[in-house]
Design a protein around this ligand. Structure first.
Ligand SMILES: Nc1ncnc2c1ncn2[C@@H]1O[C@H](COP(=O)(O)OP(=O)(O)O)[C@@H](O)[C@H]1O
Ligand SMILES: [Mg+2]
Length: 152
């Protein structure tokens, strides 16, 4: 499933639509270079999930939790050295089973990358249109795929 986004509003809108499908234990991994639009997507997802606080990316905070229809855990692992840090630091923690997890820089998880997840791969940066590809891995996350298309 691939969509083309020509601006941040569209990318955030995709996030908001996908949030309707969110169920406890879901993990969405956001792939893409710096400036691709991962945080833009996360902000849209948060508002679609009913978070009242705006999602942001404070420097040096690896995980933030936002109350919403389901608790939303936003991980930005840019500064993480490696998967051992994530596990030892309690970033992948049991509470997340009751909520939804969004992960920026999921490559940092290495072997600890969850098998059941939705990959959101954002291609492009700067002024370029973004090609956003959704792939469900393992169990459960196929339910997101039908929501990607913009409603007519
Ligand atoms: N189609 C698009 N989708 C998302 N962001 C876009 C798009 N076009 C331009 N942008 C801009 O690109 C930047 C993406 O920033 P951000 O979401 O913080 O990136 P990341 O979290 O991937 O590093 C924002 O300044 C946003 O306005
Ligand atoms: Mg970001």
């Amino acid at each position: 499933m691939e969509i083309v986004s020509t601006g941040p509003v569209q990318t955030a809108g995709l996030g908001a639509r996908l949030a309707e499908a969110a169920e406890p234990g879901d993990v969405l991994c956001l792939w893409g270079v710096l400036g691709a639009g991962k945080t833009v997507f996360a902000k849209g997802f948060g508002s679609g999930l009913g978070a009242t606080e705006t999602i942001n990316s404070p420097t040096f905070i690896l995980m933030a939790e936002y109350p919403a229809r389901l608790p939303l855990f936003h991980l930005d692992l840019y500064r993480l050295e490696g998967p051992a840090d994530a596990v030892e630091g309690g970033l992948l923690d049991e509470r997340q089973a009751a909520g939804v997890v969004l992960v920026e820089w999921p490559d940092r998880l290495g072997e600890a990358l969850p098998g059941n997840r939705l990959d959101v791969v954002i291609d492009g940066s700067g002024d370029e249109p973004r090609h956003i590809r959704l792939t469900a891995h393992g169990k459960g996350h196929e339910r997101y795929l039908g929501l990607a298309a913009e409603p007519a």
